[in-house]
Design a protein around this ligand. Structure first.
Ligand SMILES: *Cc1c(COP(=O)(O)O)cnc(C)c1O
Length: 320
C-alpha cells in the first residue's frame, strides 16, 4: 500500500479540520418526512413497515474528499432494488440527488457515510394490503464509517468460514436487493467473535462462498481475481475491484467460489463502500498465503483510493 500513509494523513487532516466546525448538523444530518434534522434527533414512526417488517431496501454511497463516489451506480442499484420488491420510488431521481447533496452541505463533511432507506410506508387503517401504501424515504449523512478500521488495513484482519450458519437461500430473500434481514449475518458475527475472529464469511447450502456482514469477498489465486457471481449483493466496490483487476491485466472470475478454494488462496480481501478494500490475512486461524497483505490486494487498494479523485467516477460537492 504505497499510498497508505499519504492517504491516511490527508484524511486525518480533513477529520481534524471538520472537528473545528460548529453548527447543528456537523455531527450528521438526516432527512425524515420532508425535513432536515440533526442525525441524533431523527426518529422513525412506529407503524412504518420498514420498522415493523423490515420491509425496505436501502443503499449506501459515500463521500470522499468532498466528492460523491459512483453515486449514479448506487442510484441505479436502488432503483433496481425498488422495482424487484414492488415499491414505487418515493421521489424522483433528481430530487433524491438534490436531497443527498443538501445533506452533505448541511454537515460540511468532506468524508461521509450516506444511507438512503426506502420503506413500504404504512398500511392504510384497517388493511394489510401492501399494494396500497405510500413508500417513505429516509436518508442520513454521518462521518465516514470504516467497517475495518483504517489502522487494521495494513496488517489485515482475521476471518472465519461460519459453521453454524449459512447465508439465507436466494429463494427466500433476494440478496441482490440490499436489505436488512440480517438474522444470518448477526449469527455470523457472534460465531466469528466466539472463535476469536472479527469477520464471518457465510457459505451457501452447496458449499460455495457468499458474503459477509455488509461486504463482498474476493480471493486471488495466481493471476486470477475471483468473487462469487450469485447469491450476493452486487457491490459497487466489487465492480470497481473487477474493473481495476481487468485494467491491470489480471484475469477475473465472477462465478462460483467453492469454500475449499479459499483455503488455497494467495490473497483474500473484503470490499464495501464503508471501508474500501479490507485485507484478510488469517482465515480459520491459519495464515492466508504468506500471512501478510499481498501484492495484488495492495495494488488494488492503492488504485481504489486513487479513483476517488477521478472526475468520471465522482461528483464534486459545492459546499457554499
Ligand atoms: C452493501 C453490501 C455489500 C457491499 O456493497 P458496496 O456497494 O460495495 O458497498 C456487500 N454485501 C452486502 C450484504 C451488503 O449489504
Amino acid at each position: 500500500m504505497q499510498t497508505y500513509s499519504t492517504m491516511r494523513a490527508a484524511y486525518e487532516a480533513r477529520v481534524a479540520e471538520h472537528a473545528r466546525r460548529t453548527g447543528p448538523f456537523v455531527g450528521g444530518c438526516a432527512w425524515v418526512r420532508g425535513e432536515y434534522v440533526p442525525a441524533e434527533e431523527a426518529q422513525v414512526p412506529l407503524f412504518d413497515l420498514g420498522f415493523l417488517r423490515s420491509d425496505l431496501t436501502y443503499d449506501v454511497p459515500a463521500v470522499w474528499d468532498g466528492r460523491y463516489f459512483r453515486l449514479e451506480d448506487h442510484l441505479d442499484r436502488l432503483e433496481r432494488s425498488l422495482a424487484k420488491i414492488r415499491m414505487a420510488p418515493p421521489v424522483s431521481r433528481d430530487e433524491l440527488r438534490g436531497i443527498l447533496v443538501e445533506l452533505v452541505r448541511k454537515t460540511q463533511l468532506r468524508d461521509a457515510y450516506v444511507d438512503i432507506i426506502v420503506t413500504r410506508g404504512r398500511f392504510k387503517p384497517g388493511t394489510r394490503d401492501p399494494r396500497n401504501t405510500e413508500t417513505a424515504l429516509y436518508a442520513f449523512v454521518i462521518p465516514y464509517i470504516w467497517v475495518m478500521p483504517l489502522d487494521q488495513q495494513q496488517a489485515g484482519g482475521s476471518a472465519i468460514v461460519t459453521r453454524n450458519v449459512r447465508r439465507i437461500p436466494v429463494s427466500a430473500v433476494d440478496p441482490t436487493v440490499k436489505n436488512l434481514q440480517w438474522g444470518d449475518f448477526t449469527r455470523g458475527i457472534f460465531e466469528a467473535l466466539d472463535r476469536g475472529a472479527n469477520w464471518p464469511f457465510l457459505p451457501d447450502a452447496d458449499g460455495n462462498l457468499t458474503e459477509g456482514i455488509g461486504y463482498n469477498i474476493v480471493m486471488v489465486k495466481d493471476d486470477t481475481v475471483m468473487t462469487p457471481g450469485r447469491g450476493v449483493l452486487e457491490g459497487v466496490t466489487r465492480k470497481t475491484v473487477l474493473e481495476i483487476a481487468e485494467a491491470s491485466g489480471l484475469k477475473t472470475h465472477l462465478g462460483d467460489v467453492p469454500i475449499g478454494g479459499l483455503y488455497d488462496a494467495d490473497e483474500i480481501f473484503m470490499c464495501t463502500t464503508a471501508g474500501g478494500i479490507m485485507p484478510i490475512t488469517t482465515l480459520d486461524g491459519q495464515p492466508v498465503g504468506g500471512g501478510q497483505v499481498g501484492p495484488v490486494t495492495s495494488a488494488i487498494w492503492d488504485r481504489y483510493w486513487a479513483l476517488h479523485a477521478d472526475p468520471t467516477l465522482t461528483m464534486q460537492i459545492d459546499y457554499e
